[in-house]
Design a protein around this ligand. Structure first.
Ligand code: PMP
Length: 425
């Protein structure tokens, strides 16, 4: 049972219950569920609506971008992201609007055809398993589940997945073919991988066709002046003797427009050839005019970073509001522990085991939608029922603060209810 300066949580049960009843009577309707940019963030890129402009439809080499072709994407845009992602231009493709589509395609191609180094298509294996650092990103887990890949949770630390757990899982299970990774400002904890963890992953003793799904979705999404050490994962893998081990993904979804951005795929020359071979059956080239307007808007790698500073100015106060509300409402009762990420889109709140679902249900009854408990785990199953993902970017700061206040009221009640239960024998 938690103790506070003024007694146990149970002592506050009646007070928390009446605060919650009052909250419910207010009939709020607030949504803190998905990590989407707010309308004012989207407006930062509204020049895209008129770019590239009348009569503008050729690239630097004079190619007509209105037509089919150019399956690797616009060289000028690949050059900008080559610098940001540390991937040589020939190994970096600029494609459609969604990196999730690319992740899904790559794993689908692996299932149907195998990857370089595979003995057979993955679908011909009895079982294919992936390591899933938890807490992690629900849509990653949804892709693997949809394709019939078995998921094995491994703990996520502040500097990346727990390497001892990763090694142990691979050692006992030859069906492991890959791992999901969000190396910078991980979804949802904000963890940033250290180079030593990246090096360990690159040099793991694993299946010949083991793949690291390196989803660098938040590479440039900083909220402070601190900059993570860039990790050149493709070189680390090549140096470790596993040049084909890594698939890198990224996109401009949270740089420009999530619905109309550009996604990138980067990998070894062999993997890029492999991807291009199978992708050629589904497309005669990406939307290069969209890529051209991105080049005109962002101009250079420095241009991307300058653009991200404008996002930071809008987003950082919202992350500060999360810290302020939790500190003021939860800390005095010793309830919860939460991260203070230096970038990305989420804050992870850990509550007492068995409380997350109840707190989210109470919040929902009071009109505040929070990402469902369990979403941070494979099969939507958080065995501890303790992890809650907060997504602060989309609402206005007023709605965010009101939603967080209401959520804290619901959480305090859920925690007090639990502490009032008889102890488990
Ligand atoms: N990867 C991660 C880790 C994300 O958090 C998100 C968005 N929530 C995506 C990918 C989605 O990327 P895209 O819009 O490029 O499909």
């Amino acid at each position: 049972m938690s103790t506070t300066a003024t007694g146990t949580l149970t002592d506050h049960l009646a007070e928390f219950q009446s605060a919650y009843d009052e909250l419910k009577a207010r009939g709020l309707k607030l949504d803190l569920t998905r990590g989407k940019p707010s309308a004012d963030q989207l407006a930062l890129s509204d020049a895209l609506l008129t770019l590239p402009g009348d009569g503008e439809y050729t690239d630097a080499a004079g190619a007509d971008l209105r037509n089919y072709g150019g399956p690797n994407g616009l060289p000028e845009l690949r050059a900008i992201y080559s610098e940001l992602l540390q991937i040589p231009v020939p190994q970096l493709l600029a494609l459609g609007n969604s990196s999730l589509t690319l992740m899904h395609d790559v794993l689908t191609f692996a299932m149907l055809h195998g990857v370089p180094g595979s003995a057979r298509p993955w679908v011909r294996e009895e079982t294919v398993s992936f390591l899933c650092p938890v807490p992690g990103y629900d849509r990653h887990f949804a892709i693997t589940e949809a394709l019939g890949v078995r998921m094995i949770p491994v703990p996520m630390n502040e500097d990346g997945p727990d390497i001892a757990a990763v090694k142990a899982a691979i050692a006992v299970d030859p069906t492991v073919k890959g791992i999901w990774c969000v190396p910078v400002y991980s979804n949802p904890t904000g963890a940033v991988y250290s180079e030593s963890v990246a090096r360990e992953l690159a040099s793991l003793e694993a299946a010949d066709d083991f793949r690291i799904m390196w989803d660098n979705a938040y590479a440039v999404h900083h909220l402070t002046d601190w900059r993570p050490e860039p990790i050149d994962i493709l070189s680390l893998a090549a140096e470790a003797g596993h040049p084909d081990r890594v698939f890198v993904f990224a996109s401009t979804s949270k740089v420009t427009y999530p619905g109309s951005g550009v996604a990138f795929f980067g990998s070894s020359p062999d993997n890029v050839r492999w991807y291009s071979k199978w992708a050629a059956f589904q497309s005669i080239g990406p939307d290069k005019l969209n890529q051209l307007r991105h080049v005109r808007l962002l101009e250079t790698a420095e241009g991307v970073l300058a653009h991200m500073e404008k996002h930071r100015a809008l987003v950082a106060p919202k992350f500060a509001a999360v810290q302020e509300v939790f500190e003021r409402r939860l800390a005095p009762f010793g309830v919860g522990s939460w991260g203070d990420p230096k970038g990305g889109y989420f804050v992870t709140l850990t509550v007492s085991p068995g409380v997350a679902k109840r707190a989210i249900a109470l919040a929902a009854e009071a009109g505040v939608a929070i990402t469902p408990a369990g979403s941070t785990h494979p099969y939507l199953d958080d065995p501890e029922d303790a992890v809650i993902r907060i997504a602060p970017t989309f609402p206005t700061i007023e709605d965010l603060t009101a939603g967080l206040e209401a959520f804290c009221t619901a959480l305090l009640l859920a925690e007090a209810e639990r502490s009032a239960l008889p102890p488990v024998e």
